[in-house]
Design a protein around this ligand. Sequence first.
Ligand code: ATP
Ligand code: AH0
Length: 374
Amino acid sequence: MSELVRAIGLMSGTSMDGIDVAMLATDGQNVVERGPFLAVPYDPAFRDRLKRGLEDAKTICARTERSGILADLERELTLRHGDAVERFLALNGLNAADIDILGFHGQTVLHRPDDALTVQIGDGPMLAARTGIDVIYDMRANDMVHGGQGAPLVPAYHAALAQGLKGAAWPVCFVNIGGISNLTFLGHDGEIVAFDSGPGNTLIDQWVETHAGVPYDQGGMIASEGRVVASLVERYLDSPFFTAEKRRSLDRNDFLPPEGGEAELSDGARTLAYLTAAAILKSSGHLPEMPGTFVICGGGRHNRIIMADLRDLAARHGSVVLSAEDAGFDGDAMEAEAWAYLAVRSLKGLPLTFPGTTGVRKPVSGGILARTQG
Ligand SMILES: Nc1ncnc2c1ncn2[C@@H]1O[C@H](COP(=O)(O)OP(=O)(O)OP(=O)(O)O)[C@@H](O)[C@H]1O
Ligand SMILES: CC(=O)N[C@H]1[C@@H]2OC[C@@H](O2)[C@@H](O)[C@@H]1O[C@H](C)C(=O)O
């Protein structure tokens, strides 16, 4: 067995709920020893600043451009990641010297795959200096240089995890219900197909924040009191995103929540929960075949209405829906674990993305290495 590398992955996803920190030891291939996980939530004031940053990012034309508050925000975000690493190490009785590499996603503030432009703010060299640990960052850009969508990147990790899946009916499909949903299909013969599958939690979050003043619909409680507005679901599912020949990765703003007058609070939450499930099934129609098992990761699996709708819709195709935990994984930690795994692959020059996962012309590695000054 080749030598295991100890890595920490840092993910600040499209939901902007906080920083996920996960550790693992891996050879960057099939050996994955999962370690501890920590979620460090953002305070409402910082979340508001991130939202302002997304607005300022709308005019960006080049990856290095930092208009408006973005330069300050990048610094703040990086320091918060440094604090999160420090806290993680202290909680787990570790020192910087125990960790070989940090995989730093940063915050996506703009994603325009049609223009080959994706922007994640996060200063790798500053994080390396702050933590005393080498950092791999900016992992999406090289994929785009080679014709890929720049997302999703987690599929390589899903493929490694699937090696350890016992008793599930294949083909297996990992589904991440984050702000946006994405899925990874793993076929019997090692085939891997992945793409963004539609809106995840962002529309629900925006809807309940506007109409109920809460950041998300905890457990799907608000949705549980509502009814699906079929015309709204149809409108979303008619989007060319679902019907186009080519799969396209999504920006947070590609789908927008309904107007206030289009539904009552609970009907809106119910409709958007159903939409999240229906979008996953509709996008699954582009897979080589319907999976035997869906493994659900990401925050959306805590919304029991989404999960119930998914189970109903998948059952119509004879597919079973498992939560990540049912399958022996940690559905909250998975993306941060993936960033640790990808950092190790980057260090070893192994591909992060494949023609089947991002549409990249050939398998390519990616990421930039920032070494510590010491
Ligand atoms: N207990 C819960 N009940 C309902 N929804 C929840 C719960 N916990 C988290 N969520 C939802 O999950 C979201 C966070 O999910 P997650 O952390 O997987 O997203 P992300 O990583 O930010 O997004 P992405 O994968 O798109 O980058 C929250 O914004 C919320 O909508
Ligand atoms: C550009 C960007 O940050 N995309 C995210 C987003 O959140 C989910 C989905 O859209 C996915 O494509 C991607 O993140 C996951 C972690 C990925 O790259 O696999």
